[in-house]
Ligand binder design. Structure first.
Ligand code: CUK
Ligand code: CUA
Length: 639
């Protein structure tokens, strides 16, 4: 019976996807646009947006920065992928950022950005973001808008229920989506049940932002999909949605969802922290890279770590509980008060909301319905705060406006539904174009949401923009949520596949944004901080060129004495100290990218000349009226 229902749901999904491209009348297609929508998203030339929005780039591996309400893209920040625009992941300084225990991995799948918090409110210091494929967490500075640190997550696979932070950024958390042998080993796949684990990793964040893995919780072999921190009274807890609690080794529809309910795992991390501080846990071997970008030397270093502390949740009493939650929950969202934990059961029409205070009472009363995994399973009714009925079909994610309302996305019925916390009554629903994944309200995952705007990040674009062949950018939509009803104001294209996003008032960052690197603070090993320091140094077949660039010449600009078979390092320092005057450097036939060197910065690219001759290089960024004069030659002689 249950499987028939499920097939029906999937049937609806299939029909929906077929129908959404067929358009209908253009009125239906555009949705109800408010008459003065244009004015409300218009940011006059020279004016600035009110909010920054950081959208994950999905399979682009990066993070894109937009202004709201205009929807203008301001920047793409390279994180997990090589980025030819500025040489990230190509330049010698940044190659170590992409080092992993699997070697150099030049690509990633970025899902969930989260801004650092103090007392549960956004503090604008850093954005964290997870890499799903080769498990990693990155930290991006909101002063320089550059990736400062990447830590690999050992023994994890599909780092998806990440990278959310606790109320004072004590931890950034990384949960595994795929359960795996723990530690990895060669074994039959169909013996997975009971033998695979789903490690949840708690990474401590220092005052300077530096990340270090504190402990890894060895959870049963479920899929851990998403997570949210507790806040307010529930600070000290972390909540994770799970699916495939059957531990089926094939997730073909029927196998994976036999259980009517999976769980939200409630983890009392303070208790585990205490346990670990008192010597609890077991150190096990773990190979993982920890990559840090140093701003004074402007160079990244990669260190390979070799162990991790693992904690068996069954050994720490009162640390982990399961709350049964229907229909393979996806998003796990905690409201600003910390009282409500929303499980978005993606194969359901209803939303299940748990109560934190009821959970505590249930734990005190030992109101359990089982402990099949050695972990207490709380009675479903005992933690249930309420159910949002007829929300829609296929709920995925929920955000909050700080006014007692929640906004849930429904993928299958392609809409955003506004409902009231406490009464569970549906207040409004607006279609999305089409099939929305996450939504985001600035501060919507904190104690203090800023409200005003919500964006939906949609999985299917179809007819929203001019056709650009088979491949389209995903569409995002901006809604005004300041009134009773959500008002659709704007469509805008995004980059890659944005999953989640994080938004923050521009004022909280703008004043802190660092504008240039100071030349007198440049401690790069190969910097030439004036033209008098430029030189060419040979060491065997390696040649180091200490080069400077300033409007409108390179120094030195002509190089001789280089041979076929040499490896040439161009260390280029930009002597400019004016804001927004970069220079570029590109070498004919180089099998890396160009460099984009910001004022005061030094960057390095290598070149291995293959052919004799006289070969040009030039500046790629149109930097002055004499930009076209910024060029030079390298004479390459035979061996
Ligand atoms: S997931 Cu993409 S729509 Cu990675 Cu947060 Cu739900
Ligand atoms: Cu320097 Cu163009």
């Amino acid at each position: 019976m249950k499987n028939i229902l499920k097939i029906a749901v999937l049937g609806v999904l299939g029909l929906f996807i077929q129908s959404c491209g067929n358009g209908g009348s253009s009125d239906e297609k555009s949705g109800a646009i408010t008459s003065n929508a244009a004015e409300r998203v218009y940011v006059a030339p020279g004016e600035h947006d009110e909010f920054y929005a950081f959208l994950s780039g999905g399979y682009s591996g990066n993070l894109t920065v937009y202004g709201l309400p205009s929807g203008r893209m301001l920047k793409e920040i390279p994180v997990f992928s090589q980025f030819a625009t500025n040489g990230y992941g190509y330049s010698e300084e940044t190659v170590p950022m992409l080092n992993t225990s699997y070697g150099f991995v030049p690509w990633g799948d970025a899902h969930h950005p989260d801004i650092s918090q103090t007392n549960g409110e956004l503090d604008g210091r850093w954005v964290f973001i997870n890499e799903n494929n080769t498990p990693r967490i990155a930290r991006i500075s909101l002063e320089t808008f550059e990736t400062e640190e990447i830590i690999e997550i050992p023994h994890s696979a599909g780092n998806h229920s990440s990278s959310f932070v606790t109320e004072n950024t004590e931890y950034v958390v990384a949960g595994t989506r795929f359960s795996v042998p723990y530690p990895q080993k060669d074994m039959p796949i169909n013996e997975m049940k009971g033998n695979f684990k789903g490690p949840l990793t708690f990474i401590a964040v220092g005052d300077d932002g530096r990340m270090n893995i504190d402990f890894q919780l060895k959870m049963p072999g479920f899929n851990y999909d998403l997570s949210h921190p507790g806040r307010g009274d529930s600070h000290g807890w972390f909540f994770f949605t799970t699916y495939n609690t059957e531990e089926a080794h094939t997730l073909q529809e029927v196998n994976a969802s036999q259980n009517d309910k999976d769980f939200i795992a409630a983890v009392n991390w303070k208790k585990i922290q205490e346990y670990v501080e008192n010597g609890g846990g077991e150190e096990i071997a773990a190979e993982y890279a920890h990559n840090v970008f140093d701003h004074s030397t402007q160079t990244a270093t990669s260190t390979m770590e070799d162990k991790v502390l693992t904690v068996d949740p069954r050994e720490v009493e009162g640390a982990v509980f399961f709350m049964p939650t229907p229909k393979s929950p996806h998003g796990c969202d905690v409201d600003p008060s910390g009282e409500y934990i929303v499980g978005n059961g993606k194969l359901s029409t209803d939303l299940t909301v748990h109560s934190f205070s009821k959970m505590i009472t249930a734990i005190e009363n030992e109101d359990y319905e089982g402990d099949a995994y050695g972990i207490p399973i709380l009675n479903f009714e005992s933690t249930l705060a309420g159910t949002v009925k007829e929300g829609g079909l296929g709920p995925l994610h929920t955000e909050f406006d700080g006014e007692g309302n929640a906004y849930t996305t429904f993928f299958i019925s392609s809409e955003v539904v506004k409902w009231k916390l406490g009464t569970w009554e549906v207040l409004d629903r607006q279609p999305s174009y089409y099939s929305v994944g996450h939504n985001m309200i600035p501060g919507g995952n904190s104690r203090k949401p800023f409200g005003k705007y919500m964006i939906s990040m949609n999985k299917i674009t179809k007819d929203r923009f001019l056709p650009t062949g088979p491949e389209l950018e995903h569409s995002a939509q901006l809604y005004d949520i300041s009134g009773d009803k959500m008002e659709l104001l704007l469509d805008f294209p995004t980059h890659g596949e944005p999953h989640y996003a994080a938004g923050i008032p521009a004022d909280m960052i703008k004043s802190k944004s660092q504008k240039i690197y100071r030349l007198d603070e440049n401690e790069h090993e190969y910097a030439a901080t004036s033209e008098s320091e430029t030189k060419m140094v040979r060491d065997g077949n390696e040649v180091h060129v200490y080069m400077t660039t300033v409007r409108s010449h390179f120094s030195p600009d002509n190089l001789e004495g280089i041979k076929v078979g040499d490896k040439v390092f161009f260390h280029v320092t930009n002597l400019e100290q004016d804001f927004d005057v970069p220079h570029g450097f590109a070498m004919i036939g180089a099998n890396t990218s160009e460099l984009l060197i910001m004022p005061g910065q030094t960057k390095t690219i290598t070149w291995e000349p293959k052919k004799e001759g006289v070969w040009p290089f030039y500046c790629t960024d149109f930097c002055s009226a004499l930009h076209q004069e910024m060029q030079g030659y390298v004479r390459v002689s035979g061996q």
